[in-house]
Write a protein that binds this ligand. Structure first.
Ligand code: 0O2
Length: 275
């Protein structure tokens, strides 16, 4: 038997996980920059440890030669959503992409596992570019809510502690906890639109404040400093009103002032043309 080169085998999977983490992070950022609600709350990723791969190979009787075909989760990405409804939205985002191809879907939301495990798994093909050329690898993308993730993480630790033989009374508690998680997710769905609106407003406010402060700083460099301090004080007054419309109005006005100030800095004659 030849020596098994684990590092060589796992390197493309490390690359896939690192690239996909960045790509899903970018998707979240794109929503934020456009003041849109992001169905992605957070993303994590990992490459399965050699110990875990060996355990699965032995349990499922998988020979080394067919390891990459048979083990779909050597590379794993976990996308955490706030609400159950977001899971389908994440699937749609993935379906639209040309850099991942969905090979298989395991719907443990509709078909919950006996353990009480709930999650949606997509097995996707993803191509990494290596010095030997492109290599297509499988990646398992687990999509679940924060509540489902809380349950799965806890249960996973217990599986590890009891080596897969969780005592019956703990199993029953886990089943009840899983039912409670499902109810919690359903309850949260009822207030989803309220929470989404609140988060979008908070995002809009964050972006407005960032823009306003940038404009104030630029004006301070160019304009009458005393006037700019007055503008800053006005901003603090409006901010303390907690009124998004007022903040937007102030932002628009400041934009006009900043535009005029920039034009004057570039061409001092502007002031004479437009007194
Ligand atoms: P890790 O540490 O996450 O890598 P299986 O035979 O169940 O091991 P299969 O059939 O290849 O795996 O795929 P499946 O059922 O979709 O499970 C793959 C992964 O889903 C698991 O990886 C877990 O992360 C998660 N998972 C599946 N079932 C359960 C469950 O009952 N409880 C929890 N907490 N997680 C589950 P690994 O290999 O178990 O581990």
């Amino acid at each position: 038997m030849e020596i098994q080169l684990w590092k060589e085998l796992l390197d493309p999977y490390e690359q896939a996980v690192s690239e996909l983490l960045q790509k899903f992070h970018n998707l979240k950022e794109e929503h934020r920059k456009k003041n849109l609600y992001s169905p992605i709350e957070s993303v994590r990723g990992r490459v399965k440890t050699v110990a875990s791969i060996l355990e699965k190979m032995q349990r499922k009787n998988i020979p080394f030669e067919s390891l990459e075909e048979a083990l779909e989760d050597i590379a794993g990405i976990r996308i955490i959503c706030q609400f159950v409804e977001d899971i389908e939205k994440v699937v749609s985002l993935i379906e639209k992409r040309t850099d991942m191809e969905i090979r298989n879907t395991k719907d443990y939301l509709r078909n919950q596992k006996d353990s009480g495990y709930r999650s949606l798994h997509l097995i996707v093909w993803y191509v990494v570019q290596t010095i030997d050329g492109p290599k297509r690898v499988q990646v398992e993308i687990q999509i679940r809510t924060m509540a489902m993730n809380f349950w799965a993480t806890t249960e996973h630790s217990l599986q590890y502690k009891y080596k897969g033989e969780i005592p019956a009374h703990i199993s029953q508690q886990l089943t009840r906890a899983s039912e409670a998680i499902e109810m919690l997710d359903n309850e949260m769905s009822q207030v989803r639109s309220e929470i989404m609106d609140a988060q979008i407003d908070s995002q809009i406010e964050t972006n407005l404040v960032k823009d306003i402060l940038r404009n104030i700083e630029n004006l301070y460099r160019l304009d009458n400093k005393r006037e700019v301090i007055k503008i800053q004080n006005e901003f603090y007054r409006i901010f303390s009103m907690h009124n998004l419309e007022e903040l937007e109005r102030f932002h628009r006005q400041l934009d006009i002032i900043a535009e005029g100030s920039r034009a004057q800095a570039v061409d001092p004659a502007v002031n004479h043309k437009n007194p």
